[in-house]
Design a protein around this ligand. Structure first.
Ligand code: NI
Length: 253
């Protein structure tokens, strides 16, 4: 069930149902930021959305929220099309999403993330949310979980075997391939120089553009193909389903 394509009585009925996943919701979360000369700006929110929707197509018991598609990407701001929230705004917005979803009875909020730069802020947002319950000496009536899509069991190993060199850290062939599988009409090609991009630390936007002139870090996106992307999706979907089922079954001690 997709929240955006449901009516409120349908969500209400889902929340009151006996399904093991009735009160669990997946929030695809990512970033709209440059992904090298050929990668889609939406790559980091498209990947978790593609995987979450594929899992929902295979198992209608899974509820998928609208995609949280702007994240923490200040270091990409020297590239046009990038949109970022500062960490404090991003964390506040995550808090409001959680408050909205839990108000109606969702008890397990599962953030399927597509952007490494979001991780620290999402974890900090979770701590801010839990802190309110801890100060109040009350038990939070919900649990939060962060899972990067590439950290779904078996997916990173699968991608590393698929791309033994040139995977890199940004505009990776695995994430580019997933978007190619999801949106084959939007595939872009170019020649890259150097073929494998440099690596280095991530700081501010000027520093980033000077170190990584075309936006990539350590990657060769030309290795991507829609067929490889579909294989990654096919690996991720059952792993997500199993992860959600286990999360929904977790008991509060
Ligand atoms: Ni990315």
């Amino acid at each position: 069930m997709r929240i955006a394509f449901s009516s409120w009585p349908e969500i209400d009925a889902r929340l009151k149902s006996q399904s093991p996943l009735a009160r669990t919701v997946v929030v695809p979360i990512g970033s709209n930021e440059q992904h090298g000369p050929t990668g889609l700006l939406g790559t980091d929110w498209l990947c978790p959305e593609i995987i979450a929707l594929a899992a929902e197509s295979a198992n209608e018991a899974i509820t998928v929220a609208p995609t949280f598609n702007i994240g923490m990407a200040q270091h990409h701001l020297a590239f046009p099309g990038t949109i970022t929230l500062r960490p404090s705004t991003f964390m506040a917005a995550i808090g409001d999403w959680v408050s909205s979803l839990t108000r109606h009875g969702f008890e397990r909020i599962y953030f399927l993330n597509g952007h490494g730069g979001n991780v620290a802020s999402i974890e900090a947002a979770f701590a801010e949310i839990y802190a309110e319950w801890s100060y109040a000496d009350e038990r939070a009536p919900f649990m939060l979980k962060l899972r990067n899509w590439w950290d779904l069991p078996g997916v990173t190993d699968f991608c590393n075997r698929m791309f033994p060199e040139g995977h890199g850290m940004h505009a990776t062939p695995s994430e580019i391939a997933v978007t190619q599988a999801g949106y084959p009409d939007s595939i872009k090609r170019a020649s890259y120089s150097p073929r494998i991009a440099p690596i280095g630390p991530i700081r501010d936007a000027h520093d980033y553009r000077a170190r990584f002139p075309d936006g990539r870090i350590g990657s060769d996106p030309d290795l991507a193909s829609p067929e490889k992307g579909q294989q990654i999706i096919d690996k991720a979907v059952p792993a997500l389903d199993a992860d959600l089922t286990a999360f929904a079954a977790e008991q509060q001690p």
